[in-house]
Design a protein. Structure first.
Length: 117
């Protein structure tokens, strides 16, 4: 999904957090649903009404699948715990790397400019 529809390169994908990728994915889904709405309202409904008259499917019927395949599915607790542990581990690793980088930058700055005292 990220490398296809979101058009992210592997480098970009690696630089984003899970929350950011999830937000981009939700935005993509919203854009797709709006595009589908335009198609249904401007193309499908008039065609169905012309062909079937009163028996044509309604807008609600044509968009019912969105509710069936909603993104609010429940994840089983075992799987949630597994992924939570992995993500928390990764988050801790990133924080440690950032603090080590800051410490090395501070150390490098301190050794370049000794105090004139």
């Amino acid at each position: 999904m990220a490398l296809g529809e979101l058009a992210l390169t592997p480098e970009q994908f690696g630089n984003y957090t899970v929350k950011e990728i999830d937000a981009m994915f939700e935005g993509y889904i919203r854009r797709q649903e709006r595009l589908e709405d335009l198609f249904i309202i401007n193309c499908a409904l008039p065609t169905y009404r012309g062909a079937y008259g009163r028996k044509a499917p309604s807008y609600k019927k044509l968009t019912r699948h969105r509710k069936k395949h909603g993104r609010a599915r429940k994840m089983d607790e075992e799987r949630a715990a597994y992924w939570r542990a992995i993500l928390l581990e990764e988050e801790a690793r990133v924080r440690e790397a950032q603090s080590a980088r800051i410490k090395s930058q501070n150390h490098a700055a301190a050794t370049e400019c000794p105090d004139k005292g």
